[in-house]
Design a protein around this ligand. Structure first.
Ligand code: ADP
Ligand code: MG
Length: 604
């Protein structure tokens, strides 16, 4: 028997492993199973190179995970290359690892992601085991089996082992805190999480856990639409939806990247889960958190990215600045934009049908990534209240004739809530103006984006002004009220508003058939407020909502009001004002109750 001390360059690694990896104990299984898979793959390579001439059926070389409840043991066995005594000495005893403590302190939050990339994989066994044994026999002729044993301290024992066939058993004597790994349900779940797509068969309780040839590893030409949809189901068995489209990624140079990204049906809000892209490294599941690896809006996609070239041996926060990660994410953005453009160009009808599901994603992308926006401008769609779809360019062309103002700017009108702003929409439609639907949360930002991105295009919500002035033309209609009458009107409404400093009274010349009073919310102020609301500003510090009470100087009721005494004037003004508030969904509480009582009285 041979005793020795594990050679760790800077420090004893065991307390460090135990201390920092407490939250991610599960990954020991991924590490040991992937070592077993590596060993099996190495055997394949040896055969391919002709270094091993034996006839081997690779389908039969499964990795097996076995629970021994009675002895509180977990065993991972493979039929791979195995290790000679010399190799155990080299690969297990000498942990070529300097500054282990420093490393783990620096990266403790990312430890689960990167541990396997630091050659620390095998030692993660000590997170869950008091004692670890290796029984191994190398593929090399005449190699003696080796038995290695270590109790979680730098001392180990090595002697001739008992394994009679090529391969390796890793035997874990689970510690008191890790008895959950004796539960077959738990082990099965972990295997399904980490090992679902490993390239060598993984067996547990006589069942195969994995699909060794997941769709992304195949050539696109070998796959049908049905195959892609089935793979989506395999990834998300609980999803009721089919994906809208998909992209098969396949790059060899200057980085290696494969994968399939799916466009799910993005629902009309941001309740989208952002953990739907699995990051794999040679079919080993690494994480479902791709933050900082792909731009934020792309995390809304689903699917798989497999790349050995994503440098996971650095902390997450450094990833964003990494040149290769940048290249990878630019490549993905480009592919995504190209795919959407292709469908838009070749299958416009289908694209329009799916637009409602895609809009959030495309808009989010445009708002957050300039390069993507540049491409998406060609296919991003605007929908109007007649449910017609236009590109930005098509739309500008469509409304140009009727909606160019006196300064030569094209004014696009939109509604953020079709039913609440119905009266304003009707007024605009009567004037032959078109109205866009911008009802999504993200549209607050998208409207501002459209406004800024084109000097000749202005966006205004339908209730931003009276319809006569939404799009300023040269003609200035006359009001029939003289100055004295105007002063009386202002006075009556001024008193009505009293202390309310958020509202302003204005008299404007409108059609006699338009409403007597209209409440408008000027675009700029309202947009500022919307933004601060969206950005989560505390309501008590938020800009108060300001609005204008526009009195239609040409409405017969206003004329009639002027002929009445003070009390009657006030009553008429109150009723008309309440109606206007009601139209804007602003009449609430006691004011609403009083209004209803008063109105019932009027009917009687
Ligand atoms: P890594 O897998 O990153 O090299 P590990 O700590 O996981 O680091 O493993 C260290 C080394 O031990 C491996 O590179 C391999 O040479 C050897 N090894 C571990 N497990 C096995 C196994 N099941 N069969 C053969 N060799 C193994
Ligand atoms: Mg490993």
């Amino acid at each position: 028997m041979n005793k020795g001390t594990i050679n760790v360059q800077s420090d004893n690694i065991f307390p460090i492993i135990k201390k920092f990896l407490y939250s991610e104990h599960d990954i020991f299984l991924r590490e040991l199973v992937s070592n077993a898979v590596d060993a099996t793959q190495k055997l394949k390579t040896l055969v391919q190179k002709g270094e091993l001439t034996e006839e081997i059926k690779f389908e039969d070389l499964a990795v097996e995970v076995v629970i021994d409840k009675e002895n509180k043991q977990l065993r991972i066995s493979d039929q791979g290359v195995g290790m000679t005594a010399e190799e155990v000495e080299r690969y297990i005893n000498q942990i070529a690892f300097s500054g282990a403590r420093e490393f783990l302190e620096k990266y403790k939050d990312d430890a689960a992601t990167i541990i396997g990339h630091f050659g620390l994989g095998f030692y993660s066994a000590f997170m869950v085991a008091d004692l670890v044994e290796i029984q191994t026999k190398s593929w090399q002729e005449d190699a003696l089996p080796v038995h290695w044993k270590c109790a979680g301290n730098p001392e180990y024992e090595m002697q001739t082992g008992t394994r009679s066939t090529r391969g390796t058993d890793i035997i874990l004597h689970l510690n008191e805190d890790s008895q959950e790994f004796l539960d077959p349900v738990h082990i099965k779940n972990l295997l399904q999480k980490y090992c679902k797509f490993l390239p060598v068969t993984i067996r547990f309780e006589d069942k195969t856990i994995n699909n060794t040839q997941p769709a992304w590893t195949k050539k696109p030409s070998e796959l049908t639409d049905e195959d892609y949809k089935n793979f989506y189901k395999e990834l998300y068995p609980n999803s009721l939806d089919e994906p809208l489209f998909w992209i098969h990624l396949n790059v060899d140079f200057p980085f290696k990247l494969t994968g399939i990204l799916y466009f799910p049906k993005f629902r009309n809000n941001f309740e989208v889960k952002k953990d739907k892209i699995g990051l794999y490294c040679n079919q080993v599941f690494v994480t479902d958190n791709v933050e900082n690896i792909v731009p934020d809006y792309l995390t809304l996609l689903h699917g798989v990215i497999d790349s050995p070239d994503i440098p996971l041996n650095v902390s997450r926060s450094y990833l964003q600045g990494d040149r290769r990660v940048k290249q990878i994410s630019e490549h993905i953005s480009k592919k995504v934009a190209a795919k959407l453009e292709e469908i838009f160009k070749n299958k416009r009808e289908e694209f329009e049908q799916k637009w409602d599901y895609l809009a959030v994603f495309v808009k989010y992308g445009m708002l957050s990534d300039e390069k993507f926006a540049e491409k998406a401008k060609k296919f991003a769609l605007l929908e109007n209240i007649a449910d017609k779809y236009f590109t930005i360019e098509e739309y500008t062309e469509h409304i140009k004739a009727a909606q160019t103002d006196k300064n030569g700017k094209v004014v696009a009108l939109y509604t953020s809530n079709r039913s609440e702003q119905d009266a304003y929409i009707q007024a605009a439609t009567e004037k032959d103006y078109d109205v866009l639907l911008m009802e999504n949360v993200i549209d607050t930002h998208f409207v501002a984006y459209l406004d800024q991105s084109d000097d000749n295009l202005v966006l205004k919500r339908v209730d931003a002004d009276i319809v006569e002035q939404l799009i300023e033309k040269d003609e200035t209609p006359e009001t029939i009220l003289n100055e004295a009458q105007q002063n009386i009107v202002k006075d009556v409404f001024g008193k009505l508003l009293g202390e309310n400093t958020m509202a302003q009274v204005e008299i404007k010349a409108m059609l006699p058939t338009a409403s007597p009073i209209i409440i408008v919310k000027p675009e700029f102020m309202r947009r500022m407020r919307d933004m601060s609301m969206y950005n989560g500003t505390d309501p008590q510090f938020m800009m108060p909502e300001t609005y204008q009470v526009v009195v239609n100087g040409n409405h017969p009721l206003i004329n009639k009001m002027l002929l009445q005494d003070d009390t009657k004037q006030r009553d008429i003004a109150q009723q008309l004002y309440d109606l206007a508030l009601l139209q804007q969904n602003m009449l609430k509480g006691t004011a609403l109750t009083n209004f209803i009582k008063r109105s019932v009285g009027l009917v009687g």
